[in-house]
Ligand binder design. Sequence first.
Ligand SMILES: [Zn+2]
Length: 88
Amino acid sequence: MEQHCPRCHEQQVQKSSTSNVGRHAGLIGMLIVNSAASYSCPNCGKIPLAEFPDDFQSTIKRKRTLSILGAVGVVVLVIVLLFARELM
Ligand SMILES: [Zn+2]
């Protein structure tokens, strides 16, 4: 997804995650880090989500909701599978 910087309107913002924790924490960690990732401009640095246009913000919020739901879904699935194994 491409989005120009709301400050300089020249550069395209890049998604940046704050750390590599997600890679070590597996799928769920990745989903959480992904949902907490911020956007930064090569010229202006980190840009708070509030400075972006409304449609971009709603896209991000929808994506975040989806990744949180995905993470919850994975956790539920793992628990269900564990219980299923216990019962067999
Ligand atoms: Zn900028």
